[in-house]
Ligand binder design. Structure first.
Ligand SMILES: [Zn+2]
Ligand SMILES: [Zn+2]
Length: 145
């Protein structure tokens, strides 16, 4: 996912929209028995703020599929993470540019890693499994009580 700021300059444009489908090289979530359904979709807009700097904003969206961390039922959940970041070739608070090109993968990887929960729940108030009989407490399956 590379965005070349030189091309924007050459076209005389100040901003441009982008859309990427992204397959990260590394595992970005740390939820047991769950994974991101690929590809991750990244949509957004890049705005030039100088000859070698820009502002990037957008939204990362994807689905996570796997077992509910509490009750182990197969489940799916949609996630959307909004982001806005500066990029420049000399900024300390900004993501770096290489030959006026931004590697959006780095930004997206970071955003997902810091935003994601460590659990996947079939519903927010999932009651989980009974520690005694293993019955699913969301259903009427537990015989202990
Ligand atoms: Zn559950
Ligand atoms: Zn029970």
């Amino acid at each position: 996912m590379l965005i070349d700021l030189k091309k924007l300059w050459q076209k005389g444009k100040e901003e441009e929209s982008f859309y990427f489908e992204y397959n990260p090289e590394t595992e970005l979530i740390d939820i047991p028995s769950a994974e991101i359904v690929l590809p991750i979709k990244v949509v957004g807009k890049v705005t030039l703020t100088g000859r070698h700097s820009a502002f990037i904003e957008g939204e990362i969206s994807f689905k996570v599929k796997g077992e509910c961390t509490r009750c182990l039922t197969e489940t799916e959940k949609d996630f959307a993470i909004e982001f806005s970041e500066g990029v420049s070739d000399d900024g300390e608070d900004a993501y770096p540019l290489k030959n006026d090109t931004v590697d959006l993968s780095k930004i997206v990887d970071d955003k997902i890693i810091i935003s994601m929960p460590v659990t996947l729940l079939c519903k927010e108030d999932c009651k989980g499994l009974c520690p005694d009989c293993g019955g699913n407490l969301n259903e009427n399956g537990c015989k202990c009580k």
